[in-house]
Design a protein. Sequence first.
Length: 346
Amino acid sequence: MRARAVIGVLVLFCLSVSSGSAREESTRIKLSDLVQSVNYGQIDWGNRMMYAMGEGAAPSPSEEPNRARAYLRAKEYAKMSAIANLLMLIEGTNITSEGTGKDYMADVTLRQTIEGYVKNVHILREERITSKEGMIARVWVGTPIFGDQTPGTAFLQNLAVVDRPKQPKLIEIPLDKPLPRPSVPIKQAELEEKARLLGIATSRPIDPITTTPPIRQEGPFTSLIVDARGFGVPQAMCPKIRKTNGDQIYGGVTSKTDPAVMEGLVSYARTLESARSLDRCGDNPMVVSAIGRGGGRSMCDVIVSDEAAARILRENSIAGFLNEYKVIFLVDPPGSGVSSALAMAP
């Protein structure tokens, strides 16, 4: 199933004009299993990258007899188109539960900063497409989400100044009867039947959740893993962890020099095994289960029980993993049956 999800996105990257032929000029972009399509590009939350594609037509032979020079012009046009699409991708990305990139980029200074970063991205991959109509350059550009001169870091620097903890407008624990979290694999047919009974319209088969947290854990812990699978939690650049009454126990940055500004507040993973492979996990993570999702418009915050929240804060007072932003969310893949159904829920 994971392979189908990745292959589905790779198809988007590899399509060529059916009436002509394409020659690949550079290596393929390797994607994780957490890829979200937004507007004119893809966000790879697993690898923490953003990609956009653009195309440019070469001048005709009468306009530019030198075909090598004509292709270079087409490539430049394609890059300009890809940069414009990357900017639209950033605008459509969830930043916090309160808004998307477009909402926060209403700040003129922030918008100018991000536009400056985007204009300096490099071409990661290109194709030359030829047909009887002419020659087209197709290019892909990309940027890390976090790091020096990146959009995610620019947003977090801005939020360090303007964002203050506040009660969300809505806390929601979705689905009266959420899908079970089995400790053993479930046959696909059984999953589809459960989805049918729950009224979930799946855009692709629901992923079986085959790993459950250990029943007993002992600290001190090196990080926190919140298992939010089954709740369709959208990925975001600045998510939070909340209790059932909406109180925030984790999230946000206090200054522009916080390490999270460069590294992000959380990492996302599909499985406990892949979460353990991340640098921010360490060798003894604390694993808790979410009981829902919440926040404001995008519902990208995870909700934990009051008991779990108290334990997280108690263990953090000993080990300080929240203070070091060592937090990982386990989530459903973007576009999965659970994500699609909950996105349509009132």
